[in-house]
Design a protein around this ligand. Structure first.
Ligand SMILES: Cc1cc2nc3c(=O)[nH]c(=O)nc-3n(C[C@H](O)[C@H](O)[C@H](O)COP(=O)(O)OP(=O)(O)OC[C@H]3O[C@@H](n4cnc5c(N)ncnc54)[C@H](O)[C@@H]3O)c2cc1C
Length: 450
């Protein structure tokens, strides 16, 4: 008998998108969410309130038919605006191709749009304030135990999908009962959110079509625009040691620190002290686990399977892309769940590992490398190549704009390209002739079926 009842644990970004897609395929979906309905209650997010949405995520939204609706709420960002310590601003395009940009999207608004869409399907039932506690699998039955404290309820669907985020209860349950191997590594940096409010006329105080970065070597601040004219600012500082969140424990210290490193930012952030002491420090980590599935009936997806650090702006995009890959495999294997689930786990894991590694690379690039002359020259060369040659894509473009290319290929090819171009750009002797560079790049590309 074809199995068709699915419980999805976690009505965040990935789980709600997946629920819609499976409902479109005719499955009976129960979507379980620990928190209250965010459309009715105001939820203090404690994490980035806007996210960079790019091609991989857009492709997934297109699959369920809400791409255009979401794009209306986005602000295009065409590149990075680098704010140097001498108060200068330098714009660096994300791509040499005019049409390529990333999008700042409000996290809450996007989740609400997905929930609204999910509710239009009769075959999706959503339960808020209903945490998933554990998952139990026996030979003939999978049980989802819901609730906490005195209240519990047990569901017995055909399939369970854990999309309950980085702290996944589904993953923890499988770790205990099925020896899932889980590794978590946290950065020595954390993050805190501040705000740049809209200007007096409701407009933007900084260029709205850029992702702003204040790179300071060992730490940095970034800002993404919101549709109301404000910017969400995220400070990434070390957790311990000098110039760390632990050190910045008094108004005097925070003021002195910001005046020393971010003097130019202070006039835009009049409430930074208040924000600094009000908002929590978030942790930044990579979570990797294997296998992602148990018995062809329970599978992890999104951050529950592969939480990554946010420096490539790809965590949500990768989680959305999981749904695209799952959808393709569902069709390919004619809805045979155990084959789909096993194929998904195997196919997707190398790509999740690749974007996790790239996101860590970008941590160093954003806070430090972006101001080095060799790196700046390399970015300029990349722009020239993208402007002049259709078949060249920088590593950033491979990851962000080439949604048909798996992350694992983007990582391998992108890193080789980077190495070659950096060598050319740091070697003063060598004059850079674009056609010659393209010939060298073609040799690298020949290793990949693109
Ligand atoms: C500072 C920061 C900046 C980021 N910036 C970007 C960016 O620019 N671009 C990008 O692509 N990604 C970004 N990300 C990553 C992105 O936020 C995540 O990858 C994305 O939210 C993952 O979606 P998800 O649905 O898997 O998990 P989540 O969004 O975490 O959703 C999980 C859901 O499960 C629910 N839940 C948890 N436990 C249970 C339970 N026991 N039972 C039932 N429900 C439960 C939660 O309440 C939540 O609704 C950023 C992350 C951080 C921390």
């Amino acid at each position: 008998m074809k199995k068709n009842t699915v419980v999805i644990c976690g009505a965040g970004l990935c789980g709600t998108l997946l629920a819609i897609r499976l409902a479109q395929k005719g499955c009976q979906v129960t979507l379980i969410e620990k928190r209250p309905d965010m459309r009715k209650a105001s939820i203090a997010a404690g994490r980035s309130i806007n996210l960079a949405l790019s091609n991989r995520g857009l492709r997934a939204l297109d699959l369920v038919g809400i791409k255009e609706e979401v794009l209306k709420t986005c602000i295009p960002m065409k590149g990075r605006m680098i704010h140097t310590t001498d108060g200068m601003q330098r714009f660096s395009h994300y791509s040499g191709r005019e049409q390529h940009h990333i999008n700042s999207v409000p996290r809450g608004g996007l989740n609400m749009t997905l929930l609204d869409k999910a509710e239009t399907y009769e075959n999706i039932k959503i339960y808020f304030e209903t945490p998933c506690k554990t998952i139990e699998l026996s030979d003939d039955c999978v049980q989802v135990v819901l609730g906490d404290g005195a209240f519990t309820k047990v569901l017995t669907p055909d399939v369970v999908i854990g999309t309950d985020g980085a702290g996944s209860a589904v993953r923890k349950s499988l770790e205990v009962t099925h020896q899932l191997a889980v590794s978590q590594s946290f950065l020595s940096h954390g993050y805190k959110e501040l705000t740049i409010p809209p200007g007096p006329d409701g407009g933007f105080l900084l260029d709205q079509h850029a992702l702003h970065i204040w790179p300071r070597g060992k730490f940095m601040v970034i800002a993404l625009p919101n549709p109301d004219g404000s910017f969400t600012v995220t400070a990434f500082f070390p957790n311990e040691g000098p110039d760390s969140f632990a050190f910045l424990d008094s108004e005097e210290r925070v003021t002195a620190f910001f005046e020393q490193y971010f003097a130019e930012l202070i006039p835009y952030c009049p409430d930074y002290l208040n924000d600094f002491f009000k908002n929590p420090v978030g942790r930044l980590g990579t979570i990797s686990c294997a296998p992602w599935q148990v018995g062809g009936r329970i599978v992890l997806m999104g951050d529950a399977a592969h939480a990554i650090v946010p420096f490539y702006g790809q965590g949500m995009n990768a989680s959305f892309e999981d749904v695209v890959v799952f959808d393709e495999l569902y069709d390919k294997h004619n809805g045979d769940w155990s084959t789909v689930i096993e194929a998904f786990s195997q196919k997707r894991k190398p790509d999740a590992d690749a974007i996790a590694a790239l996101a860590l690379d970008n941590f160093h690039e954003m806070q430090d490398h972006v101001i080095h002359p060799g790196f700046v020259k390399k970015r300029q060369l990349e722009m020239q190549l993208e402007k002049n040659y259709d078949d060249y894509h920088s590593k950033y473009s491979l990851v962000t704009f080439c949604e048909q290319i798996p992350y694992s290929v983007a990582k391998a090819l992108g890193r080789k390209q980077d190495q070659l171009l950096l060598e050319l750009c740091t070697n003063e002797e060598e004059s850079i002739e674009l056609d010659t560079v393209m010939k060298k790049l073609a040799v690298l590309k020949a290793d990949y079926l693109l």
